[in-house]
Design a binder for this molecule. Structure first.
Ligand SMILES: NC(=O)c1ccc[n+]([C@@H]2O[C@H](COP(=O)([O-])OP(=O)(O)OC[C@H]3O[C@@H](n4cnc5c(N)ncnc54)[C@H](O)[C@@H]3O)[C@@H](O)[C@H]2O)c1
Length: 251
């Protein structure tokens, strides 16, 4: 792809107010694309994401329809959808978890991703092109004791990605997935300060020996959204410092 061929992409990022989503918004803005973020909250001053911001809940069908049509109005269309909105699990033995927690995690992480893919996908299919990148997790690749709802929601996002890639491939729309390992974001900070995760232990389970940076996920998302990945669809790419290669056991 030559410089002359580059046309500005119109990118919609859910969960764009914080963490990985905010890093994706900022990176696309930095490389000159047009970006719109959507989130249930406003970006805080410390994570102030560049680009336009829309407020809404990805697990609400009505909000998803409104966010999508507003993003299309503001940007003139959507070429790239990044689904980063998500919540963590309570981290407790499955027998101690309640059904409401399970439902909430599935509603936001899975149903929210499905609703966004469907709504924006209809627009992309009409245009005959587009790229969707879902943010799953290494917890969707292997089992994660004590995080059963989260792990199940992310495993389902992986297969949602594969199914949509098969359905939409011959209509010009690619659908891929990034599966992050532990990334230093507010979500992980909260789990750490609540004593739910031990980052020393995590570093020991990670061949690269550290947590990831949100920008390292943004770079993979940018690749999957670009022409450099024109023959890639239905792929699940772990960006995890080697966590899945190692099997998640302490060195
Ligand atoms: N941080 C990690 O280590 C890690 C690892 C693997 C996967 N992930 C996934 O990456 C994504 C981003 O996580 P993060 O670490 O940046 O978390 P984060 O908490 O920093 O950001 C998540 C964002 O999603 C938004 N959100 C939550 N519920 C929403 C809803 N119903 N509608 C719209 N927006 C909503 C939040 O307001 C927040 O801004 C999540 O899907 C998470 O599961 C994170």
């Amino acid at each position: 792809m030559s410089k002359q061929q580059h046309q500005k992409k119109r990118v919609l990022v859910t969960g764009g107010a914080s963490g990985i989503g905010a890093a994706v918004v900022n990176f696309f803005d930095e490389i000159g694309e047009i970006v719109c973020s959507a989130d249930i909250t406003q970006p805080s001053m410390s994570t102030k994401a560049a680009g336009m911001h829309l407020q809404g809940d990805v697990s609400s069908k009505e909000d998803v329809a409104r966010i999508t049509s507003m993003a299309i109005d503001k940007m003139g269309g959507i070429d790239v959808l990044v689904n980063s909105a998500g919540i963590a699990d309570t981290i407790a033995p499955t027998a101690d978890q309640d059904i409401e927690t399970w439902r909430k995690i599935i509603e936001i992480n899975l149903t929210g991703t499905y609703l966004m893919c469907r709504e924006v996908g209809m627009h992309m299919l009409q245009e005959g092109r587009g790229s969707v990148v879902n943010i799953a997790s290494v917890a969707g690749i292997s089992g994660f004791p004590w995080r059963n709802a989260y792990s199940s929601s992310k495993a389902a996002v992986i297969n949602l990605t594969r199914s949509l890639a098969c359905e939409w491939g011959d209509r010009g729309v690619r659908v891929n997935c990034v599966a992050p390992g532990y990334i230093r974001t507010p979500l992980v900070d909260q789990l750490e300060s609540a004593g739910k995760i031990d980052t020393g232990h995590i570093n020991g389970c990670t061949p690269l020996g550290r947590l990831g940076r949100p920008s390292e996920i943004a770079h993979a998302v940018a690749y999957l959204s670009s022409e450099w990945s024109s023959y890639v669809t239905g792929a699940i790419i772990p960006i995890d410092g080697g966590w899945t290669a190692f099997g998640g056991r302490e060195r």
